[in-house]
Design a binder for this molecule. Structure first.
Ligand code: GAF
Length: 387
């Protein structure tokens, strides 16, 4: 058995590529509800107008998968009957999808695929879910596998959990596949019921500011946070057997078990319960057009992530602090797993250019790094076209 083999440069026979299926697979933002998905809580993400593009064609082979990444100018080929981990992390998201499709009893045959991405990596806008879901959706269409959208969401999440080894929740895959243009999704991660809330943000825009740092604590601390929450649940379950996750845990239960849970896990749990409440309040604020209230909830979410959940970092905190006394910025918070990546900012449209100049200078002076501004709009989930 041998792992996927890599070469640089596009293979000769990819230079003329007659696609049978094309896919546009979006990244996502999350307005509020961070680190709540794997605690079966509430989140409020949306797909964005920045995407990964795929082209697929079938080949005569029974078992050869071939993928060329235009973004990295890297080509990889592998035997569909021997899916092994690759040294290159981006390939594992794709190999994991193949593995999960095959485990679900579906048959794949030889194919070629070309991928081009406009999503920055490590920016917290979930290029990984876009990669998994777009690839799964494309293979589903190419080979008529009859997978539903929800099966694509779930198998993509499993690919990341089982093959890549990241214990992520379901938010990113759900948002990448299921989103509707100009809406946020209020997703209940326990029942998987979704409400689509119009993204009516009047004279404002959503501005992401990429810190361009990605501290390598992210993966290990993510899994640790998850464990800390699950430990608390396990303690509470000893008395309340109906409790399956933090979703069923009440403030009274936390009070009752606070000694046993210990101060660190307790802080994490308090954050999660508060963040779930903030998602509910954000829905009300959005529906009533109260953007000031919405902004306050975003700041409160950030402070919780900074002080209670402890997944922020100096660069993210600097950006949020810098925005806080500007009345034309309604809200700002770190977004995604944390330890780097982007902040999401709700900002008056006509102040964006001026603010970008200001924050770029201040951030550059402080960290000697240029941040990247990305203006986004809530957009459709995965788009698949049979050619
Ligand atoms: C990452 C994970 F992939 C999501 O599932 C979610 O937990 C998020 O971090 C934090 O809210 O994007």
């Amino acid at each position: 058995m041998k792992p996927a083999e890599n070469y640089h440069n596009i293979p000769e026979d990819f230079k003329v590529f007659k696609s049978e299926v094309k896919v546009a697979s979006p990244g996502r933002i999350n307005l509020i509800g961070e680190h709540t998905d794997y605690n079966q809580g509430f989140v409020m993400p949306s797909a964005i107008d920045k995407k990964i593009y795929f082209k697929f064609r079938k080949t005569a082979s029974d078992n050869l998968g071939r993928i060329y990444s235009e973004t990295f100018d890297t080509y990889v080929e592998f035997d569909l009957n021997q899916i092994l981990k690759s040294k290159n992390s981006w390939e594992n998201y794709l190999l994991g999808v193949i593995d999960e499709i095959q485990k679900s009893g579906k048959t794949l045959k030889g194919f070629d695929c070309i991928i081009k991405s406009e999503l920055p990596i490590g920016a917290g806008i979930s290029s990984s879910a876009a990669l998994e879901c777009g690839f799964a959706g494309g293979l589903n269409s190419l080979f008529n596998l009859n997978l539903s959208q929800m099966e694509i969401v779930k198998l993509s999440q499993r690919a990341e959990n089982n093959f890549v080894g990241s214990n992520c929740g379901i938010m990113d895959q759900f948002a990448s596949v299921m989103s509707k243009k100009n809406h946020f999704i209020k997703l209940d991660c326990e029942s998987l019921e979704a409400e689509f809330i119009p993204a009516e943000i009047q004279n404002c825009k959503l501005l992401l500011l990429n810190t361009n740092v990605s501290h390598n604590l992210a993966d290990s601390e993510y899994n640790t946070r998850r464990q800390e929450c699950e430990n608390a649940v396990a303690i509470i379950q000893q008395k309340y057997s109906e409790v399956k996750s933090l979703r069923q845990v009440t403030w009274e239960m936390l009070e009752e078990f606070k000694e046993k849970i210990g101060p660190t896990s307790l802080k994490r749990c308090l954050y999660v319960l508060e963040e779930n409440r903030r998602v509910q309040e954000t829905e009300k604020a959005l529906r009533s057009g109260d953007l000031r209230e919405l902004g306050k909830l975003m700041y409160a979410s950030h402070r919780g992530l900074q002080h209670q959940y402890e997944v922020s970092c100096t660069e993210l905190d600097f950006m949020v602090d810098f925005s806080e006394d500007k009345s034309f910025i309604y809200g700002s918070r770190m977004m995604g797993g944390g330890f780097g990546g982007c902040t999401i900012n709700l900002i008056e449209s006509d102040k964006i250019d001026e603010y970008i100049t200001e924050i770029k200078k201040a951030y550059q002076d402080k960290f000697n790094i240029t941040p990247t501004p990305i203006t986004v709009v809530p957009d459709e989930g995965t788009q698949i076209t049979k050619v």
